[in-house]
Design a protein around this ligand. Sequence first.
Ligand SMILES: Nc1ncnc2c1ncn2[C@@H]1O[C@H](COP(=O)(O)OP(=O)(O)OP(=O)(O)O)[C@@H](O)[C@H]1O
Ligand SMILES: [Mg+2]
Length: 291
Amino acid sequence: MSAEGKESSEAEERALLRVREARKLFGGFAAVDGVSLDVREGEIVGLIGPNGAGKTTLFSLITLFLPLTSGAVYFRGQRIDGRPPYLPARLGLVRTFQITRVFARMTVLENLMFAAPGQPGESLAELALAPRRVRAHERRVRERADELLRYFNLERVRDQYAGTLSGGQRKLLEMARALMTEPKLMLLDEPMAGVNPTLKEELLGYVLDLRRQGMTFLVIEHDLDMIMRISDRVVAMAEGRVISEGPPEAVRQDPAVVDAYLGPGGQARAAPVDPGPPAGRALREEGRAHG
Ligand SMILES: Nc1ncnc2c1ncn2[C@@H]1O[C@H](COP(=O)(O)OP(=O)(O)OP(=O)(O)O)[C@@H](O)[C@H]1O
Ligand SMILES: [Mg+2]
């Protein structure tokens, strides 16, 4: 890997996440085609674009789920692309998935415990060598889980199998799970998809509250009204590239963005509303490794 050179401008220094010229080829097809973007500490950045724009693939590149074909990803000033896939979570960078990925045959509590970093209890050697440290770690993990169960109002369903939860509760559980590692930056992939208006407001409330507590967000969302309300800044992608970037309203009204959503002939290519999870997409995501 190349040198992690000293960075230049102050704006860059403040950026928690920096993506530079990220490119991902699937066969000959560029799903992400030279994307650069910054997310600064404390920001909520919205990522929009029609179906197939490359938004989810970009998340996979940032979180090292998929290797970049070329380009670079920096988190907290450190170049992370090409490093082991566990590194982002360890540094405080987590994602949630377009199709929620709770473990259906684990209880809600187990889902949370399982998401904790380290899992020293799983190593027999460690158990034998430092049982007290392992127990202390498990106690901390349990405390964190309890705290999150309270925060997300999931205490009542703590011992239920996650598979029995409503879609909305699953969304909350997925968010809670991502928070187990006490991240600094959360990438949310369509958190509002398939969610009723009441729960949308609730989720919005959680995002804003977490931001008040110091969290930074990059959020993919098809519900443009939601993204306009929540984001400090919006980045729009189409066909693997960034086509517009700036204040939410300016991006929404940018002719390039309007065109991208309408497509040639003015026919809607992807309505800026929740499209639901097409089966193909679910299958594609299932094929990927679990984070
Ligand atoms: N593993 C893969 N193998 C081959 N092609 C892929 C793979 N993952 C994504 N693609 C393709 O890359 C393009 C971008 O897909 P991606 O899922 O990143 O889009 P998206 O912007 O998240 O779309 P949506 O809004 O529908 O979720 C699509 O054309 C998709 O079919
Ligand atoms: Mg997607």
